[in-house]
Write a protein that binds this ligand. Sequence first.
Ligand SMILES: [Zn+2]
Length: 160
Amino acid sequence: MNKRQGTSFNFGVKKSRIEGVCDAANSDSSTSSLQSDLQDVQKKGKTTGTQKKKSAFNRKYMDSYLKFGFIQCPDTEQLPRPQCVICATVLGNEAMKPSRLIQHLNIKHSDLVNRSIEFFMRKRDALKIEKEIISQASNTDTSLLTASYLVSLEIAKFYE
Ligand SMILES: [Zn+2]
């Protein structure tokens, strides 16, 4: 028992020392804006409740993003991710905003910046067809097995 108290006491001393160092660092070097932003975010997260914390930062796909050459990547309903219809690159959810999408278009496909939305629609359809062909080709022998597995999975879910 005495031993335990001893270790917790030491830990307490260490912690207060670390805090002291942090305070010193904060006061002499001007606190970076990133750090204060982070604190703001943390505060906001606390006020909106812990359960919604994750979904609060999910960016949603807008149809208008297609004019920047982006669709919502298939199977990313939970956390939507933008996919470029030109090079099929999938970006993170944090990039699901016009400024980031335009940035990709400007850097990777600068020749396509002023293309019409119809052009990107054709590219989107081409990408879809390409994907279907690939999935069909890879599903030839294992399709039955996969189907029965999926059915049993659904049944298992149903009885849960
Ligand atoms: Zn691209």
